[in-house]
Design a binder for this molecule. Sequence first.
Ligand code: NAI
Ligand code: MG
Length: 540
Amino acid sequence: MAARRMSSLLSSRNVSSLASAFSRSSGKGSSYSRGIISRFSTAASAAYEEPITPPVRVSHTQLLINGQFVDAASGKTFPTLDPRTAEVIAHVAEAESEDVDRAVSAARKAFDEGPWPKMTAYERSRIMLRVADLVEKNTDELAALETWDNGKTYEQAIGEVEVLARLFRYYAGWADKIHGLTVPADGPYHVQTLHEPIGVAGQIIPWNFPLLMFAWKVGPALACGNSVVLKTAEQTPLSALYVGNLFLEAGLPPGVLNVISGFGHTAGAALCSHMDVDKLAFTGSTATGKTVLSLAAASNLKPVTLELGGKSPFIVCEDADVDKAVEMAHFALFFNQGQCCCAGSRTFVHERVYDEFLEKAKACALERVVGDPFKKGVEQGPQIDNEQFAKIMKYIKSGVESGATLEAGGERFGSKGFYIQPTVFSGVQDNMLIAQDEIFGPVQSILKYKDLNEVIKRANSTSFGLAAGVFTQNIDVANTLTRALKAGTIYVNCFDVFDAAIPFGGYKQSGQGREKGIYSLNNYLQVKAVVTPLKNPAWL
Ligand code: NAI
Ligand code: MG
């Protein structure tokens, strides 16, 4: 039964890019005319069903060090869970500082002595292109592994695997286009800049988009000729190990890419403090980002790229097409179970359209289909783990206690795993915790505003600055907002467009540096100026 359901799901695959997967998962249909829906209608449909058996076998659970899958030095393992049921999927090797040492020396050797830096850029590019082909060839299996370990919908996971291939091709394309300049100096000198790889890059990724975070970091590091030690998030170790193996299949020399699973305070901290790591890139919480930066400073001052938390405003202007605004604001918040660093988690709505917006936003949340992420048509799966589940439930309680109006959801969905009902609060005030903290879950906070200057001030009055959404048909209003909002990405009448070429990163405490696009290459390059005297030059 489960197998039959799964094969029909596989054959229904027609997602051509993550952007289209995103817009489809946001598609709620245009009819809001269902009248008043019971606040608990989602709970009523939560009768427990046996979880669908994932059509994939776990193939890699060891550490990828120096081109081989090996056990942790201590022999320790830790369980990774299926968030649908909280049952163990597999036990994976638990790296600690000794394993970090092993991985860093393999990366060092590959960088200093190995074939990688001695290959031409074109040869390196071709290996990355082969990885992209292998990713594509294994789309179904990789997506199933991701859904199983993470809980995101299978349809979305398919879209993410396709974006993974796109990202590797994008960076393969850069590999042989990275070069320095000839610089005109004021004197008889030939001056050139060499854009050199930095060396060993340490990379730490979170669990919300394991595949995309892998590619955002590994892609530019390898394109620029570095070697890598990447630590996966302890909640989602499986997909990165699988992709690590594809790099071996594609002919990547041993030691160039090492993938280790382990916990933050042990393996993660050891990587940050390591004296032989030349550069760090981190995505995760602002609090851990600060730790990462201080460990880097206290060890060898390695440069750090940080992509951290957010509390992004989504501003619905008075002229907005309300149906479309509702749909986009819903998508901006609920996408990926609300587990997005750039989630539009403060929905500011102009008072003139507020009542209509609220009624439709509530209907949209109540219609959202929650359930087994392997099941076709399901829009929302479980949260990643019990810790996140408890954190979100705590914020929902705080919203109620601080006087916001609970319009939809607010409770656990079903009886097993980490599912939460799509939740909407109205009447949210700026000083409430739910309007200030990153909730990282399916909880929409709707705030009312009167005029543009007021909303700009309120939108900017946070320590974060990752993204912002603007919904208006007025070009002048759009231009005013896009320049006034302090955030690394401003989406106008769209949201969560994550193409490889678009830079991403934060203002203020949402981070340092930019990933993706041409801007990401600077993170992985040193600039060396080479100055040579000119004897009797024909020209200066
Ligand atoms: P976290 O920031 O602690 O974990 C992210 C990564 O950092 C994981 O790989 C973890 O092992 C590693 N890490 C943890 N402590 C470390 C340390 N001392 N040294 C080096 N690496 C370390 O985030 P966590 O605990 O998974 O989630 C907590 C909150 O962080 C979430 O509720 C959410 O608000 C936010 N978050 C933001 C993300 C983003 O995309 N910006 C992604 C994940 C979480
Ligand atoms: Mg897991």
